[in-house]
Design a protein around this ligand. Structure first.
Ligand code: NAD
Length: 256
């Protein structure tokens, strides 16, 4: 018996990183998974390996959402879950951030999440779950990621309002707030064939040993387990809440 037997779940940004681990875990728990991303080659390969479906979905494009929902319904007849995981990060001080860059981050992280809630909730006929991927930066500030932090704060607002508006249709909506997680977003060296990935990972380990009480960067599979909890009946009485998963980073600072 899997925790998601018979459930149909769309995971956005699922070609790599946290979304990939969510797709893997959900498939292992019995879900029919729709892998959605703009990285078609990687997404298709993952879907094939998992016996899942792949759809090209740019989360900032409303027409793409319509097509993705249509493809999921055609393949499986229903939709029970969505993980709004796709996201992008840009580093800049606020005063140096060009409007175009700010809007690019808003389009993917915030508009993408809004469109996902709108398109998928409309297609859920028998209750369901929506899990929005916010961030540690949804609940505190972090210099040099102002556009990103603004969108992640906004995702918590969308989560709470959607939870209120969709509760009578038995659709639960929650958010995850990961701290630093070891994916290409935190460690871009993973995407550069010429980079010293191990050296970069060692440097990150050293950084997070000092910053994070649990003394390490998080693993995407750990976030996937939280996504599973929020997508399965294990969280049946929980809606509208942010869940911080950060190794204790937000707990406070240590002065000795
Ligand atoms: P990642 O960069 O490895 O994965 C992001 C995925 O989103 C990629 O597969 C990418 O192709 C996809 N994507 C980007 N733009 C898209 C678009 N317009 N439409 C569809 N897909 C798109 O990074 P990750 O860490 O796996 O990120 C997953 C989520 O977790 C993001 O929302 C990110 O903001 C959030 N997050 C990451 C960290 C971290 O430290 N890695 C911390 C907190 C929150």
């Amino acid at each position: 018996m899997g925790k998601l037997d018979g459930r149909v779940v769309i995971v956005t940004g699922a070609a790599r990183g946290q979304g990939e681990q969510e797709a893997r875990l959900f498939a292992a728990e019995g879900a029919s998974v729709v892998v959605a991303d703009v990285l078609d080659e990687q997404g298709e390969a993952l879907a094939k390996e998992l016996g899942a479906s792949y759809v090209h979905l740019d989360v900032g494009e409303e027409a793409d959402w319509g097509a993705a929902v249509g493809a999921a319904k055609e393949a499986y007849g229903r939709i029970d879950g969505l993980v709004n995981n796709a996201g992008i990060l840009r580093f800049n001080s606020l005063v140096d951030t060009p409007l175009e860059e700010f809007m690019q981050v808003v389009r993917v992280n915030q508009v993408g999440c809004f469109l996902g809630i709108k398109a998928v909730a409309a297609a859920m006929e028998d209750g369901g779950t929506i899990v929005n991927t916010a961030s540690y930066t949804a609940v505190t500030g972090m210099a040099a990621v102002g556009a990103y932090a603004a969108t992640k704060h906004a995702i918590l607002g969308l989560t709470r309002v959607a939870a209120l508006e969709l509760a009578d249709r038995r659709i639960r909506v929650n958010a995850m707030c990961p701290g630093a997680i070891d994916t290409a977003m935190s460690n871009p060296a993973q995407l550069d064939p010429d980079a010293d990935v191990e050296g970069m990972s060692r440097a990150l380990d050293e950084l997070y040993r000092k910053l994070v009480p649990l003394g390490r960067i998080g693993k995407p599979a750990e976030v996937a387990r939280l996504a599973l909890f929020l997508t399965s009946d294990d969280s049946s009485y929980i809606t509208g809440q942010p869940f911080v998963i950060d190794g204790g980073w937000l707990a406070g600072v240590s002065v000795i």
